[in-house]
Design a protein around this ligand. Structure first.
Ligand code: GTP
Length: 545
């Protein structure tokens, strides 16, 4: 690696709106530099996860070091392919910390979209050089000139601010003591934590003793190398280079994304690290079977090491047992995390209805003001395109807003959002009662205007899932003392001996014993016995709605 002086290194990310062709451009760069052989099968080579291949989208940023000869000089190009969907923008912002420039890819057919703008500003704020790339110019409706004009119009002022002639190589010092930023990590069952590092100062070699600024623990470096695109050990990494490092960290809590690694006895000022991600959607996660709790705990810990934007807090529910409250950046992020747990860790989980965080001012009337979407801004990008900014209550957009927007605009409109803080809203706490007793598991916060329809739907679903009992059961949705919806389950007595003809007393005893054991699995709310799967059915149907 010493063959590459700082001036021959370029660290860059490829960023774009979703599906504009980042991974395809990365494939071509891998081919052009001879990193991979040129075959027809090179499709999204860096999308290694099963979930990425199945959905055809990138969810994890991936690094690849490419060796490139140009005019007699050998260059080291460190490329980071990033996801395009807004739910994974935390991956983009972290990747940019290891780069000096970005390729901003824009589809010649679709032009500038929401994530094109958002990613441009991420790069601009990180003071990176931005090189726009227009692709898909072969498509029938491609209009590269129009897109070029758009790029000029929307970004020109900013582009002028960035001197394209400025040196694009990293500003680092190899003679200073080691300062390496951990910008991503994965967990390997046999080798422990594999940290992706960007070296800002110094050199790191196999056998070095290093210290984590976060834990102050000392480790010995077992392996360093570059991703080409698979791991290739190199013995050393120098400032300006991006690669991986394995140092015997066996516990996932020891490896923090944003941590600074330095040499033992040569302490340095830690790098600023990363702003923590702000979760937008919260859901409860429970093991399908409580005996799986510890396995699921370990799986969640390992996966959150690789996806540090997920927040995890312990939680418990009377119906579902011990579990966690997880925070995600959006609904797609939540689905992908769940799918990765199943595919990569073989875990079976129950995920409850996604909810958003509320701040409630408790008073006797609990009355707070209602809010609707408020328009904040409107910018014409060109003759056919307009960018609108609105202030929305978050719970109005997390479920199906994006789908409705897409279908209303025949797929033309794109959407991005950021947190605007807490606002007052007319929300109510809705209780579900069984024969007058509150079912804690089903208490929800809903908008006042929607309380009736949501309450009615939950009562209907609960009616379908509750077995009949010896007495009538009233299922009610209530706000405070006011009942807003009601269903009734008629009385019924299950005679377990009905099919037991003849007089064998031991057989009868066995059936009655089994009935008594079955009752132990029930949760008693007042005098009503509720099987566990009734909650699961109601909670699951809510989340899949
Ligand atoms: N015709 C044409 N199709 C392209 C071109 N570049 C990419 N595509 C296609 O566009 C689709 C999306 O490409 P990807 O490379 O997966 O896009 P991406 O930006 O990496 O997608 P995400 O990571 O999910 O945001 C794929 O079907 C590609 O084959 C191009 O230059 N011309």
């Amino acid at each position: 690696m010493s063959r590459f002086p700082v001036e021959n290194i370029r660290n860059f990310s490829i960023v774009a709106h979703v599906d504009h062709g980042k991974s395809t451009l990365a494939d071509r760069l891998l081919e052009l530099t001879g990193t991979i052989d040129k075959t027809k099968n090179n499709k999204q080579v860096l999308d290694k996860l099963q979930v990425e291949r199945e959905r055809g989208i990138t969810v994890k940023a991936q690094t690849a070091s490419l060796f490139y000869n140009c005019e007699g000089k050998q260059y080291l190009l460190n490329l980071i392919d990033t996801p395009g969907h807004v739910d994974f923008s935390y991956e983009v912002s972290r990747s940019l910390s290891a780069c000096q420039g970005v390729l901003l890819v824009v589809d010649a057919n679709e032009g500038i979209q929401a994530q094109t703008v958002a990613n441009f500003f991420l790069a601009f704020e990180a003071q990176l050089s931005v090189i726009p790339v227009i692709n898909k110019i072969d498509l029938k409706n491609a209009d590269p000139e129009r897109v070029e004009n758009q790029i000029e119009k929307v970004f020109l002022f900013r582009l002028l601010c960035i001197k394209l002639s400025q040196e694009l190589n990293p500003k680092v010092h190899r003679k200073n003591p080691l300062r390496a930023l951990v910008f991503d990590s994965t967990f390997d069952q046999y080798r422990g934590v594999i940290a992706n590092v960007a070296l800002f100062d110094g050199v790191v070699s196999k056998g070095d003793k290093i210290v984590s600024a976060h834990t102050q623990k000392t480790y010995e470096v077992n392996e360093v190398g570059v991703l080409n695109p698979n791991e290739q050990p190199t013995h050393k990494l120098y400032a300006g280079q991006v690669g991986y490092l394995i140092a015997g960290m066996k516990d996932v809590t020891e490896a923090q994304i944003g941590d600074t690694l330095c040499l033992h006895k040569q302490p340095v000022e830690p790098l600023p690290g990363f702003k923590s991600a702000k979760p937008m959607v919260f859901a409860g996660m429970y093991p399908l079977d409580q005996s799986e709790y510890n396995n699921l705990k370990s799986a969640i810990e390992k996966l959150t090491l690789n996806d540090s934007s997920v927040t995890v807090h312990r939680d418990s529910s009377l119906a579902l047992g011990a579990g966690w409250r997880l925070g995600f950046l959006g609904l797609l992020h939540m689905e992908v995390f769940n799918q990765r747990l199943e595919q990569e860790y073989n875990a079976s989980v129950i995920l409850t209805t996604p909810t958003v965080p509320y701040k409630a001012v408790l008073s006797s009337s609990k009355l707070i003001k209602a809010r609707r979407a408020v328009q904040k801004n409107m910018i014409f990008i060109d003759q056919n395109r307009v960018m609108l900014k609105y202030l929305f209550p978050l719970n109005e957009i997390v479920v199906d807003f994006y789908d409705s927007l897409k279908s209303l605009s025949s797929g033309y409109a794109s959407f991005d959002y950021e947190d605007a803080g807490y606002q007052t809203a007319e929300l109510v706490k809705m209780d579900i009662l069984l024969n007058g007793n509150t079912v804690e598991e089903l208490v929800t916060v809903v908008h006042k205007d929607k309380a009736h329809s949501i309450g009615k739907a939950i009562c209907e679903r609960l009616k379908d899932s509750l077995p009949r009992q010896l007495f009538e059961i009233a299922i009610q949705a209530a706000i405070g003392s006011k009942i807003i919806a009601r269903e009734t389950v008629k009385a019924y007595r299950k005679n377990v001996l009905a099919k037991c003809y003849g007089g064998d007393i031991t057989r009868k005893m066995k059936l009655l014993k089994r009935q008594a054991e079955g009752k132990k699995k029930l949760r008693k709310i007042g005098n009503v016995e509720v099987p566990k799967d009734a909650f699961i059915k109601v909670l699951k149907t809510q989340s899949s709605k």
